[in-house]
Design a protein around this ligand. Sequence first.
Ligand code: ATR
Length: 290
Amino acid sequence: DVYDLRRIGLDTKIFGLIGKPVGHSKGPVLYNRAFKSDGFNGVYVPFLVDDIAKFLKTYSSPDFAGFSCTIPYKEEALKCCDDVDPIAKSIGAVNLIVRRPSDGKLIGYNTDFVGAISAIEDGLRGSRNIKGETGSPLAGKLFVVIGAGGAGKALAYGAKEKGARVVIANRTYEKARELADLVGGDALSLSELENFHPEGEMILANTTSIGMHPKIDETPLPKHALSTYSLVFDAVYTPKITRLLREAQEVGAVTVGGLEMFIGQAYEQYERFTGLPAPKELFREIMSDY
Ligand code: ATR
């Protein structure tokens, strides 16, 4: 029930996922069911692409209204856009391309960090149930990012944008230093993080693959060091509950898993594709079967 052919006509907008591979993606079921429930005239399909530049040149008609980009094209996608959002430019990767209706130009965005950051914000708000709060609950907090790769970079930028103070902890200290200088934050080597206890509320985000299936016994930070964090996020989502998240729950922290990051970035993509607010309940319902 992913595609409803009766809904497709000459004026249907075409969206899709550009990647290699694309077969595993949840995008088609998520977006097509949402288009249908919103009465939006669009269809979303996976495109298995060998050459993204050539693909975008070939399918340049206004019908091709937007694309999600995944491995291995996130960096190359940036070069194929006519204009790139400043944050995506800083991160150096684009995972969403939208065709601007007024002039047909391709605009690139990075929604990876938005997904993670909004999931973390929801986690912080949910834990406290603040009504009528304005501004980000991340503002003024200390945000510790483990890892300095693409995902680490995206999260560090996102947290900084929300007014958090950012600390990067990485196995290779030099890479932490480099990223910290780039975003305006502090750097630690991962081995120092265990003994890092500054004042104030702290949030932890793992962006490395530590703890990912099959090495589910591994964790980036031992349990005894977790009690200083009010919220712990893990970008790993296989397993859904990593050792890091389990132990964080055991010491009383709020936890946010990688699946939340995926859902959060899907909201953002949907809104940029359609101009409509994402049907959040429907997205959650679909992903709960995952
Ligand atoms: P991504 O783009 O998904 O973030 P990446 O660019 O390969 O992936 O970055 C992986 C990050 O995870 C790096 O920060 C890496 O640390 P190093 O800079 O020291 O290589 C970190 N990482 C991966 N495996 C790790 C492990 N077993 N222990 C500690 N850090 C690890």
